[in-house]
Design a protein around this ligand. Structure first.
Ligand code: SAM
Ligand code: SF4
Ligand code: SF4
Length: 371
């Protein structure tokens, strides 16, 4: 990790997962320009969770034993409105955020999501550019929604797809969704104008790892880019064990044996997926090795939860309640100051420090914070 820089931001109160409000100095204003954290990492990406609900119950994310019929999801009144989301996102964009990803839960369950996309598409960075708008979805509702989202201004799509084998796919989503629905959704997205769609496959040993090569083979030579993701110890309910992780290096070895691949340069600094290309020119794949090859040193992502808590790490145990500030009438300068203070105090590097002790912590669930 780089050395810590001196703390230059406004001190904030320690907030908890269950709701601390950043303490605001009267008349506080955000510093000009981009925000950097304790290790000099620039705030560049914002992930916004628009719902904590999901139409799937992926066993590694929302196991039915925990997210069953009686699970209490957030009430509608707790959710940030589209106006509130856009206002917060506007502050981030004004301070250098160039990429916004909508996620969840399943973001396509949020009603009128295309309206939110249209509102976010109006934002401009200080240099007059529109931030890139992306979305991660399980794809089950994409057939109907791809076109309106595209027309509203969504730039890019990531579709999660853990297996092409219908039985394995149904077992992993645990709601009996056929894989054909997601494949149809991906096709519809292509027809709606989305290019270079990313396909995320979370690999779990003994569950779907025999599908690594078939998944790559299916999308080889197509405009889609498959990314293989190591199963992570997000949240506290997915029964994570290191033995279930298929290391990225093993994925690469299997793909190399099957097709012949070679490393490709990153598209930009801080890109989470390591890129590999087929030697025969049939495109590329990505490998995201959060467990075996952490990338905290370049991590530039902030996460805004459905109810407006700001998290500075996917594995955080607490967030900062921006919704309370919004609903108490904070002005934009004050909101910016709070965000600057939160990011300025950030020293997260969970994946680099992962140990038996950290795995057991009560962390935020992936479906709440967004992937
Ligand atoms: N519901 C949407 C979807 O599945 O694409 C968006 C939210 S989901 C939480 C975002 C991403 O996180 C998905 O690609 C999912 O596969 C991934 N994910 C969820 N739990 C994970 C885990 N324990 N380890 C690795 N990736 C995980
Ligand atoms: Fe839902 Fe996505 Fe989690 Fe699966 S990974 S349960 S689709 S939020
Ligand atoms: Fe970023 Fe936290 Fe993941 Fe490290 S563990 S890469 S700091 S989100």
């Amino acid at each position: 990790m780089p050395k810590r820089t001196a703390r230059t931001t406004i001190p904030i109160a320690d907030s908890r997962y269950d709701g601390g409000v950043p303490a605001m100095a009267p008349g506080a204003r955000a510093p000009e320009g981009v925000f950097t954290d304790q290790f000099g990492r620039r705030l560049h990406d914002l992930r916004i969770s628009v719902t904590d609900r999901c139409n799937f119950r992926c066993t590694y994310c929302m196991p039915k034993a925990v997210f069953g019929r009686d699970h209490a999801f957030l009430p509608q009144s707790s959710l940030l409105s589209f106006e509130e989301i856009t206002r917060v996102a506007g502050i981030f964009v004004a301070h250098g955020v160039e990429k916004i990803r909508l996620t969840g839960g399943e973001p396509l369950l949020r009603k009128n999501l295309d309206r939110l996309v249209g509102m976010l598409a109006q934002l401009r960075t200080p240099s007059g550019r529109r931030p890139e708008l992306t979305l991660t979805t399980n794809g089950a509702l994409l057939r109907r929604l791809a076109r309106p989202l595209r027309e509203a201004g969504l730039d890019r799509l990531t579709v999660s797809l853990d297996s092409l084998d219908d039985a394995v796919f149904r077992q992993m989503n645990d709601v009996d969704c056929p894989v054909g629905d997601v494949l149809d959704g991906i096709a519809a997205a292509g027809q709606a104008g989305f290019e270079r769609i990313k396909i995320n496959m979370v690999v779990k040993r003994g569950v779907n790892d025999d599908g690594i090569v078939p998944m790559a083979a299916h999308f080889r030579g197509s405009p889609c880019i498959v990314r293989f993701i190591e199963f992570m110890d997000v949240g506290s309910s997915n029964g994570w064990r290191l033995d279930d992780v298929v290391p990225g290096a093993e994925v690469i070895r299997r793909l190399d044996e099957a097709f012949g691949i070679e490393p490709a340069a990153p598209n930009y600094r801080g890109e989470v997926a390591r890129r590999w290309r087929y030697r025969d020119g049939a495109g590329e794949v990505g490998v995201i090795s959060s467990v075996t090859r952490p990338f905290c040193a370049d991590c530039s992502r902030a996460r805004l939860s459905t109810e407006g808590k700001l998290f500075t790490c996917l594995f955080a145990t607490h967030g900062h309640d921006l919704r309370a500030l919004l609903r108490n009438g904070v002005d934009d300068a004050g909101l910016g100051a709070a965000i600057a203070a939160i990011w300025g105090a950030r020293d997260d590097r969970y994946s680099e420090l992962r140990s038996d002790a950290t795995v057991g912590l009560r962390k935020i669930e992936m479906s709440y914070i967004g992937g």
